[in-house]
Design a protein around this ligand. Structure first.
Ligand code: PHE
Length: 449
């Protein structure tokens, strides 16, 4: 569906629910299903959960509204939209921040595609095992450059395929197809795991807080996790906001997206922590010799597959469902990451969407290939720079722009489009000074504490 703005037609999500599923699809990803549960497990379980919830709603949510509002006001790619909120003559400043955001999104996608590739390998491997291709199945689960290259490229091609088809026909269509699949796969798995011996120990660890684990490092991790999970500071929510209908209520829509994202992270905790203890019950080691939990990568690619192996025939099936879930979650996030540079290239350089999807997607694939060949130092470096530095710093900058630079009456007019009475609401009494003062102060505090 398209609207006509000043003679130019711009793509739009065809419905509010389509938007919510796409934005929640971006938010719900490996961060929820893998990052959140494993971080909770190694950081005091329930205590991490509480601090995470606090940060999502008191820090992430207001910033999510800010990014969505910039995008919807701009009705353009993030670079142009960020320029539009600046005062006369200062557009270049806003544009440069968004360019950093665009590079951040591309870097996140480059490592995300590698991770998703491995997950695809673990998804296909039991299928090959079933048809008797034992060696190929083993190869897919082994760590080799050839396997990493093949699977990463496959995942990127799937991402490009969705994005090249556009907002309504590609992103929205696939998000609305895949998100329900994700929920069903989840429920099936939880139903199964919670009936296995050992599961209750995991539930206890997840739900009963151990406050002795609370420290500044853990709060910092929870903040990073909240930013990553809500897809903030990478212009993804901005670009999706630009395709959102003007009659959508921004604070409410953002709240729905944040709730779905957090709900799924919570449910993932109900799955992964019990699964770890089921694994332990079945004789798989989950703590190293020093008594620390295995690293998050070892948990997903070592502990869980080893547990599936102990379950016989049912284990094969459970494994297929589990990795399918991960791949689906990754795909609805990767398309939002690719959309950031693709929308900018096609609008600013007047390229067709099809061409810019292949060109930009191809360049990001090349970056992934570079990481694969220099895995030892580059993989962690790209993750740390893009998610631990770039995302929170850009989130802070967007908060400062919305709080201090963007004219308050323009912000109000934009929010009013979707909720006529907003001016007299509690939201409007709190949010403007909250993003102006409280969010930046909280972030700076956590960053330097
Ligand atoms: N939110 C996604 C996840 O949890 C990752 C992501 C980060 C997507 C930043 C877009 C932008 O996996």
């Amino acid at each position: 569906m398209t609207t006509s703005v000043a003679g130019e037609s711009r793509a739009q999500f065809s419905s509010k629910i389509g938007f919510i599923l796409a934005a929640a699809g971006s938010a719900v990803g490996l961060g929820n299903i893998w990052g959140f549960p494993t971080q909770a497990a190694s950081n005091g379980g329930g205590a991490f959960l509480l601090i995470y919830l606090f940060l999502v709603f008191l820090l992430g949510y207001p910033l999510l509204v800010a990014e969505l509002t910039i995008g919807r006001y701009g009705q353009a790619n993030p670079v142009k939209a960020s320029g539009k909120i600046m005062p006369n003559g200062k557009a270049a400043v806003g544009r440069s921040f968004a360019v950093v955001g665009l590079i951040t999104a591309s870097c996140i996608l480059s490592f995300y595609a590698i991770l998703a590739g491995w997950l695809m390998g673990f998804f296909f491997s039991p299928l090959l095992e079933i048809v008797g291709l034992h060696d190929a199945a083993q190869w897919l689960e082994s760590f080799s450059t050839g396997r990493n290259l093949l699977l990463t490229v496959l995942f990127m091609v799937a991402t490009i395929y969705v994005v090249k088809n556009g907002v309504a026909e590609g992103i929205e269509r696939w998000s609305t197809r895949l998100m329900p699949v994700l929920v069903v796969l989840f429920l099936v798995l939880i139903g199964y795991i919670l009936t296995q011996p050992g599961a209750m120990d995991g539930l206890k660890m997840f739900l009963i807080p151990d406050f002795s684990e609370v420290n500044s490092g853990m709060i910092h991790s929870a903040m990073g996790q909240a930013f990553f999970s809500l897809s903030l500071g990478a212009c993804t929510m901005m670009v999706y906001g630009s395709y959102l209908r003007k009659d959508a209520d921004l604070p409410k829509t953002a709240a729905q997206v944040a709730l779905i994202d957090t709900g799924i992270a919570f449910i993932a905790g109900l799955l992964i922590l019990p699964a770890m203890f089921v694994a332990q019950n079945n004789g798989v080691q989950i703590f190293d010799d020093a008594g620390n939990l295995e690293s998050s990568g070892d948990l997903v690619f070592g502990v869980l597959p080893a547990m599936f192996d102990t379950m016989g025939g049912a284990g094969l099936l459970v494994s297929i469902v589990f990795f399918a879930l991960m791949v689906v979650a990754a795909l609805t996030s990767s398309i939002s990451l690719l959309e950031v540079p693709v929308s900018t290239a096609s609008e600013e350089l007047k390229m067709s969407r099809e061409k810019s999807s292949w060109v930009i997607g191809g360049l990001i694939t090349l970056l992934s290939v570079a990481i694969i060949f220099n895995f030892g130092w580059m993989f962690d470096a790209v993750i740390i720079v893009s998610t631990e530095y770039a995302q929170p710093i850009l989130g802070l900058i967007f908060a400062l722009l919305v709080g201090w630079v963007w004219r308050r009456d323009t912000v109000l007019t934009e929010l009013r489009e979707g909720s006529a009475e907003i001016e007299s609401s509690l939201f409007w009494k709190v949010w403007p000074w909250y993003v102006r003062v409280v969010c930046p102060a909280m972030m700076i505090f956590v960053f330097f504490a």
